[in-house]
Design a protein around this ligand. Sequence first.
Ligand code: ATP
Length: 428
Amino acid sequence: MKDVSSLMQTQLKADCIDFLNTVADVAELNQVSVYVVGGFVRNLLLNIQNLDIDLVVEGDGISFANKLAEKIDARTKSHEKFRTATLMLQDRTKVDVATARTESYSRPAVLPDIEPSNIKQDLARRDFTINSMAIKLSGKGIFFLIDLFEGEIDLKNGLIRVLHDQSFVDDPCRIFRAIRFEQRFEFIIEDQTQHFIRSAVKINLIDQLSRDRFIKEIKILLNEVAPIKCVDRMRELSLFDTIVPEILKEDFHWAIMKNIEGALALADKIPMPKKPEAWFVYFHAMLMVKNGEVFEGMMKRLNLAKNIDMRLHSAQKCFIEAMSDLKEEKELKPSEVYDIFSKQSPEVVILILAACPNNRVKKYVELYFTKYFASAKINLNGDDLIEMGMVPDSSFNDIFKALRDARINGHVTSRDEEVSLVESQFLK
Ligand code: ATP
């Protein structure tokens, strides 16, 4: 075992060291063994700044979390079922406190049964060697590294390695996690672990994951800093071949995918009322196929939760319509630009920019958000039209559209001019 106290002193911020010392005090006072584990230890050894802290308690995690919270005046939220609690520190650091546990899987890809245990067993249930290290925060051996699976060596050699050959069978989510860590740290998934992934994919284990867990992992993966590298690795490991073999097969996927990062950066500078969710843009780009029937077949087999399924269907429809509206090279009127972009979610706007990386479309997007979006506001409402002697019916929609177009195109600039337009065009 190795003493990492001086490494902690040199690499951790003073606030973090203070907090870990408080954890040690509370552990000492309550005679329990407490450890900081997982990503925190990995990042410390990699000299990467860490935001979250995971603590494991040999004993009751919730009761320890409450005592700790009392000492530092923080709020806790506990989850009785999993015997865990979360603390939010003043500086927004999230601290998860868990009861040391073993896990057993009754069937592949289902959530495990859990039993309280000790740190050794708790580390043995984890995903990769580099995530299975702990630092003791109490009693004998305080601030010593516990590394039962040679995680530090793998970290030095840049390897992602599972702890046992059934790891992906127990939890296929770990396949996505392996890719995520491999690409984030520019590591390599170790050969045998790659072999386990390919075997798990072949027996269709990804399809057995609950859709919620599948989307949760995809979301985290595609929100990484370099999602395109993760997407390419998923393709290379054939992750989707048994479920949706059609995806990522066509050149246009990559053409669009490569431009998404630039489009997101551009969108960051534009005052969009709602910022796009990067993961959804990449996910939609992965699933894009030109043939509508093929798209439907894929969506059916993916069988995603209703909200995501509906969102993808709507995004696909809007994207296809917008691409067709923007196809002709003619100059569009401001109101035509408004008609195209006012229907789009922020994510589809990014895809349009990525699919049409030219100055014309870029200019339209900028004009829409900086100018047309705000100038589309009209003064007259339904009551005003009734007061002008009109009977409310579907023609009101045409009137509002004409007023909005006139506003956006700069043909009317005041309420009086709106009234004149209605009188001349609709009240004859
Ligand atoms: P990140 O920097 O992405 O947050 P992390 O390692 O902290 O990385 P978490 O998802 O917060 O990732 O998980 C915390 C720890 O819990 C991991 O380091 C790992 O030890 C363990 N863990 C998380 N998910 C799994 C899983 N599916 N199977 C086994 N162990 C897991």
